[in-house]
Each structure stands twice: as structure tokens, then as C-alpha cells.
Design a protein around this ligand. Structure first.
Ligand SMILES: [Zn+2]
Length: 385
């Protein structure tokens, strides 16, 4: 049932056994840093709990549950910055209802640290539900930042701490789920730094637009090395800073279209799946709100990934300039790295510091393009380009 989730063999075993023996806790909190597949685990467990096949993963019912179309499976997502009191009220009101078609009802709450912002009245209702839920109810909470989750919530859940995933496990997952293998899988697994989500994005890129190559070409130009390969269109005549930003702008636009198209399909499916008008409208609104948040999140992720690629290139040049070639990340681009004109290690450390600061800016409400343009100006100050 957890085939699509990388690594985490121990946690999978524990959950599968508890499910088989019908001894699942009524409230779990999946905790650990981002990108470990926590939400995937919670979602797969939820699917197993509400489907008659117990989550075979291959049937229609599983597929519909995964797509959020099962009436006994609800995902409570933050609206804006918080999970609102109305959402908790609706949840509490729903609790006493018998399941529609399954034996159980399941609530998945991603980013449950956002429950910290709800007021005490709402928190108390939720806490009471967490403490003494009806027998058919299960809560699956997820958080990247468990230190921010209210202690009163943590103490009522069975906490499942997920460990970072090893490079070998990420590579194996890439081969099995994403069809990437050999050197490429090894490189992407190394670049993913323990995050399956990042690995999945890198794999999708390797299969499709291959933006990583283009970013690295501009990265090489930015720090004074040879171009390292052909760039498309005006890539070579444009200055590398603007060219790098233009790549990101194109990626952001493509991501926006992709999210919008998926949301449209989901709205259509939702409209077909629910005959009750109120329920249908509520679900469609939720799909649209989620799409909007998803666009913002993916836009930021694209920028963070682009910065990470640039940083990986600089880290590799730093490794070479320090005489530590064994530690390079972009192993599939070794030749190109070794052709680069090397600067002093100090130069790369300063540039990496500028990237780290820019990463932080992207989490604030700063215009993404402006943040990157400012970064390029500071780059030029360091490299004297
Ligand atoms: Zn199934």
C-alpha cells in the first residue's frame, strides 16, 4: 500500500501491521523535515482506511480516494496562513456522522502547525475530538515544523518521526517510480539531499524540459567558466544574470499553466462526483483555493530549486578549488566543471552566502524577480563581471 512512498521501511511496517491487526491509533502526527514523503504516507494510510480493498493502490476506488473524491476522507488545508475556526467547527460538527460508504472516516491535516493560530475555543473543540474521537474516526496530522505544533496537540497524537532518506534509497525510488536510472539517478539522488520531493522534481525535469542543464549553463557563465554546452535561443548573447532569471520566469509560467490545467480537471471531476449542491460547491471552492496556494508554492519552489542548482554549481567549484573533487554534486557534469577557470575559495563562499540570503528573501513577501535581480547585482560586485 505504500509502494509509491520512498524509504521509511520501518514506519511502513509498523503502520501496515497496525492496520492489518486493526490496532491503529486514532490520531497520528507525521513529523520530520520537508520532502520525506510524510504527506504521501498519511494520504496512503487514509486511502487504506476508507477503501474496501484496504488500499490495494491499483483499483478505481483507491484512485478516487487519492484524488480527494471519497466522501469519508477529508483533507483540512490551511486557507491563507491558517486553518480557520470555521474549518474546525465544520470538522467537529461532522465527527458524529456515520461514515458515508466506508467503515471509517479520516481527516488528514497537513501543516498542522497552522492550528497554532486558531483561538482557544476552537483548539479546545479539536483537542476534545483528538482525545476521545468516535470509534470510526481517525486523524492523520502532518508537520514539517513539529516544534511549532501546540504541545497539547502533540501529546494527544502518536508521533511518527520520519528519518531523512539515504542517497541509495532516493536513487532506488527514482528508478522504480520515475524511470530514471544509472548515473543520472545517482546524480539526482545526491542533488536531492534526502528529499524525495526534490528528487521527484529533478526527475520530472530530466524527463521533460531539462531545465537543470540550462540553469547550469548559465551558472557556469555567471561564475566565469566556459559555457559548458549549447544554450537555446538567445541564451548565449544575453548576459548570464538576466538569462538565468528568464529561465526561471519561463519555468514559473509553465508551472502556473500546469497547476491551472490540473485544477480545471479536478473541478470537473468534483462537479460530477457530488450530487448535493452545497457539498459540491464547498468542494469546488476548496479545489480552487488549493490551486491558488499551489501556484504560489510551486512558484517559490521553482525559484528555490533554481537557486539550489546555482548553489550546487558553486559548491562544486568550491570543492575543486579546495582540492576535494570527490565531493562534487553534479557528477554527470564533472568534465564541464573541471574546464572552469577556478577562483579563490573565498569568492565561492561569498557567492554562496548571497544565495542563502536570497533563499531567505523568497520566504518573505518579496517579489521573486526583484529578489533575483538584486542577487545578480551582488554577484557582479563579488566576481567583478
Ligand atoms: Zn484499491
Amino acid at each position: 500500500m505504500f509502494e509509491g512512498v520512498a524509504g521509511q521501511a520501518r514506519v511502513k511496517r509498523v503502520l501496515e501491521r497496525a492496520l492489518r491487526e486493526d490496532r491503529l491509533s486514532h490520531a497520528y502526527l507525521f513529523a520530520g523535515p520537508e520532502g520525506l514523503g510524510k504527506l504521501d504516507l498519511a494520504r496512503e494510510l487514509a486511502v487504506a482506511l476508507v477503501t474496501s480493498c484496504a488500499g490495494c493502490g491499483a483499483c478505481d476506488e483507491c484512485e478516487r480516494a487519492r484524488r480527494g473524491l471519497h466522501p469519508d476522507l477529508a483533507v483540512i488545508e490551511a486557507e491563507g496562513d491558517q486553518i480557520r475556526i470555521e474549518q474546525i467547527d465544520a470538522l467537529v460538527a461532522d465527527l458524529s456522522l456515520r461514515p458515508f460508504s466506508a467503515a471509517r472516516r479520516v481527516w488528514v491535516i497537513p501543516e498542522c502547525e497552522r492550528l497554532s493560530y486558531i483561538n482557544d475555543a476552537a483548539a479546545n473543540k479539536l483537542l476534545k475530538s483528538l482525545e476521545e474521537p468516535p470509534a470510526h474516526v481517525h486523524f492523520l496530522l502532518v508537520s514539517d515544523r513539529v516544534e511549532r505544533v501546540k504541545p497539547t496537540i502533540v501529546s494527544r497524537c502518536q508521533v511518527i518521526d520520519l528519518a531523512p532518506i539515504s542517497e541509495a534509497e532516493v536513487a532506488e525510488h527514482l528508478a522504480r517510480v520515475h524511470g530514471v536510472s544509472g548515473d543520472e539517478a545517482a546524480t539526482l539522488a545526491r542533488l536531492a539531499r534526502g528529499s524525495v520531493d526534490r528528487a521527484a522534481r529533478l526527475a520530472a525535469d530530466a524527463r521533460g524540459p531539462r531545465r537543470r542543464e540550462q540553469y547550469l549553463v548559465q551558472a557556469a557563465r555567471l561564475v566565469g567558466g566556459p559555457a559548458g554546452g549549447p544554450a537555446g535561443g538567445d541564451g548565449q548573447t544575453r548576459r548570464p544574470g538576466p538569462a538565468f532569471i528568464a529561465l526561471l520566469e519561463a519555468e514559473t509560467a509553465a508551472v502556473g499553466e500546469e497547476v491551472a490545467a490540473r485544477a480545471a480537471a479536478e473541478v470537473a471531476a468534483t462537479e460530477q462526483a457530488f450530487s448535493d449542491k452545497r457539498e459540491r460547491e464547498r468542494r469546488v471552492k476548496a479545489v480552487e483555493a488549493r490551486a491558488k496556494r499551489e501556484q504560489l508554492r510551486r512558484r517559490r519552489l521553482a525559484a528555490l530549486d533554481a537557486l539550489d542548482l546555482l548553489a550546487s554549481w558553486l559548491r562544486d567549484l568550491l570543492a575543486l578549488s579546495c582540492g576535494a573533487p570527490a565531493t562534487i554534486l553534479n557528477v554527470d557534469r564533472r568534465a564541464s566543471l573541471e574546464e572552469s577557470a577556478l577562483a579563490a575559495p573565498e569568492v565561492y563562499r561569498r557567492l554562496l552566502g548571497i544565495i542563502a540570503a536570497t533563499r531567505g528573501d523568497l520566504y518573505l513577501n518579496i517579489d521573486q524577480k526583484l529578489a533575483l535581480q538584486a542577487m545578480m547585482v551582488r554577484f557582479e560586485e563579488v566576481t567583478g563581471a
